[in-house]
Design a protein around this ligand. Structure first.
Ligand SMILES: *Cc1c(COP(=O)(O)O)cnc(C)c1O
Length: 255
């Protein structure tokens, strides 16, 4: 299947799942996970008008973001160019998301590149983001306050990152006191299983936790996102309330 065909198929699946869950598909953002994509595929996707891109590792994020940005800069002055403008924080430009485990000593290079970090799972990491986001003078334009999501290890898997369900509310509350960190939602990964239906209880649990945090007014009006669902299970995640699905393989192939 061509990239365009995969893209359209995923969009159609999201629309159908949203309808099934009585939701507006406009409230679901497809975040394209580029970790196994070729540079050509990434460019092609951006040519198709797609702006939300994600990486799970810092080094790859830096490389891919820089490569794409250089290309966008080169295209900028070409006649008839309809591509988004270069620059990581430019209005109308591509939006990079950090979705993988982030070590505190890697926060610094990530902050100027991304618009959102989905994978915050400790107070110390949030504090590091706060320190880096407010650093002056800003050596590079940055999203400030930085939008972050709290990663929750819903299934309690020892191999996965994320805060325990029972600790999430308190951590969200603590993060909510930070001026330059805006908690905008929750993120989770379901265990990989043969049957995507097995993921449903994980998504339901994350949504319940989301509603509990929202009920306590933590994060205020900004607390709106549920980042859940990957290639295997995104349709179920959308039925259960996902506002962002993170899709790699179904879009780009196994790499
Ligand atoms: C790789 C990755 C994805 C995408 O996984 P696919 O199964 O390829 O769609 C989503 N979220 C995170 C955190 C990832 O690391």
């Amino acid at each position: 299947m061509t990239l365009q065909a995969s893209y359209e198929k995923i969009k159609a699946t999201i629309a159908a799942a949203a309808a099934k869950g009585r939701r507006n598909p406009a409230n679901v953002t497809l975040v394209a996970v580029t970790k196994n994509a070729s540079p050509e595929q990434i460019k092609h996707l951006v040519e198709m008008g797609h702006l939300d891109l994600a990486e799970s590792r810092v080094q790859q994020l830096q490389q891919r973001a820089a490569q794409l940005d250089e290309w966008l800069s080169r295209q900028q002055n070409r006649a008839g160019n309809k591509l988004p403008p270069p620059g990581y924080q430019t209005e109308g430009g591509v939006r990079w998301h950090m979705i993988g485990h982030l070590q505190r000593n890697k926060v610094k290079p990530v902050i100027p590149i991304v618009r959102m970090i989905h994978s915050v799972d400790s107070l110390r990491l949030a504090e590091e983001i706060q320190d880096e986001a407010e650093r002056k003078p800003a050596s590079a334009p940055r999203q400030r306050p930085m939008q972050v999501m709290l990663e929750v290890n819903v299934a309690g898997e020892s191999t996965k990152f994320g805060v325990a369900v029972g600790a999430a509310l308190h951590l969200a509350e603590q993060m909510d006191t930070m001026d330059d960190v805006h908690v905008v939602g929750l993120m989770a990964m379901a265990p990989h299983t043969e049957n995507p239906e097995d993921a449903r209880p994980v998504f339901v649990r994350l949504r319940e936790l989301f509603e509990e945090i929202k009920f306590r007014k933590i994060g205020g009006d900004r607390f709106v996102h549920l980042s859940m669902g990957m290639s295997n299970d995104y349709a179920i995640a959308v039925e259960e309330g996902a506002t962002m699905v993170r899709i790699g393989t179904a879009l780009f192939g196994p790499g």
